[in-house]
Ligand binder design. Structure first.
Ligand code: FES
Length: 126
């Protein structure tokens, strides 16, 4: 079996799919290796991720990685969410095939960008 049970679960029934219309932060990244893209929107309350959604034009691994990233990040402080790496994502999925590890970058990178976007916008207002 190429993919773990958890990857298949999150690929076939992804969590937190969509876009938060009045989002506090937006992160969009493209994967230079395959051209796939990922978008993450977040809602922030008390420096924690109160809500998070994703949309992707990506492969099964990218969808599963994004889904599990949103599950992991929800409720986290922004500082902790910024520390999430592609390895954390892959570990939580019980592993990804080595040639698919780059797909898990999309989710972590888009999450980090959304947090950075939130902080930039907040700085502008202050
Ligand atoms: Fe493009 Fe996986 S092949 S994200």
């Amino acid at each position: 079996m190429l993919y773990s049970k958890k990857v298949m679960e999150h690929f076939t029934k992804p969590k937190n799919v969509g876009k938060i219309e009045d989002a506090d932060g937006l992160g969009i990244v493209g994967n230079p290796k395959c051209g796939d893209t990922m978008e993450i929107t977040i809602k922030v309350k008390d420096e924690k991720i109160a809500d998070i959604k994703f949309r992707t034009f990506g492969c099964a691994s990218a969808i599963a990685s994004s889904s599990i990233t949103t599950v992991m990040a929800k409720g986290m402080t922004l500082d902790d969410a910024l520390k999430l790496t592609r390895n954390d994502v892959a570990k939580e999925l019980d592993g990804l095939p080595p040639h698919k590890m780059h797909c898990s970058n999309l989710a972590a990178d888009a999450l980090h960008k959304a947090i950075e976007n939130y902080r930039e916008e907040k700085d502008k207002k202050e």
